[in-house]
Design a binder for this molecule. Structure first.
Ligand code: HEM
Length: 137
């Protein structure tokens, strides 16, 4: 959904289209999906295997020394929450009273920043803190 939102907001901006209700819907679905992911992330963050209450229970200093706990308890949540903030800002552009090209342009920028943050913060299998493509297989 984020990729579709990026593509459609770029298309709207570059061809100076009139703002469409369909785009507003896609932006809304993208925001809802990101907020659901936020809830799932917050659950993992508090009660998951690396959660604040159910994890290794290390002090903040110990969490920061270990690259895995630092990633899952600090870096990943901070970057993902920021990405979700940008997705929310992008969706908010649909309601702003600015001209349609500005709407598309700003939304495009916010969605793109969110995508970059997400790509940087995902525990890709090739990273030191990576998780497998197919866990359990
Ligand atoms: C766009 C949003 C997000 C995406 C795409 C995302 C993606 C992922 C992925 C791919 C994993 C690894 C799953 C696995 O294969 O084991 C993961 C794990 C994790 N995520 Fe996120 N995440 C997002 C948001 C968040 C947020 C907002 C938080 C915290 C507030 C969070 C906290 C965690 C934690 C703690 C884990 C480790 C879970 C465990 O193994 O116990 N995530 N996330």
């Amino acid at each position: 959904m984020l990729l579709v939102s990026i593509f459609k907001s770029y298309a709207g901006y570059s061809s100076k289209k009139q703002f469409e209700a369909g785009d507003k819907k896609i932006w809304l679905f993208t925001m809802i999906a990101s907020h659901i992911t936020l809830l799932l992330g917050l659950y993992q963050w508090t009660f998951g295997t690396l959660g604040l209450f159910t994890g290794p229970n290390a002090s903040f200093g110990e969490v920061m020394k270990n690259s895995t706990t630092r990633f899952f308890q600090v870096e990943h949540p901070v970057m993902m929450i920021l990405a979700i903030v940008f997705i929310t800002l992008a969706h908010g552009m649909a309601k702003k009273t600015v001209d349609d090209t500005t709407k598309y342009k700003k939304a495009f920028r916010y969605f793109l920043i969110a995508l970059i943050l997400i790509l940087v913060a995902v525990p890709w299998p090739f990273r030191e803190v990576g998780r497998p493509w197919f866990p359990g297989m």
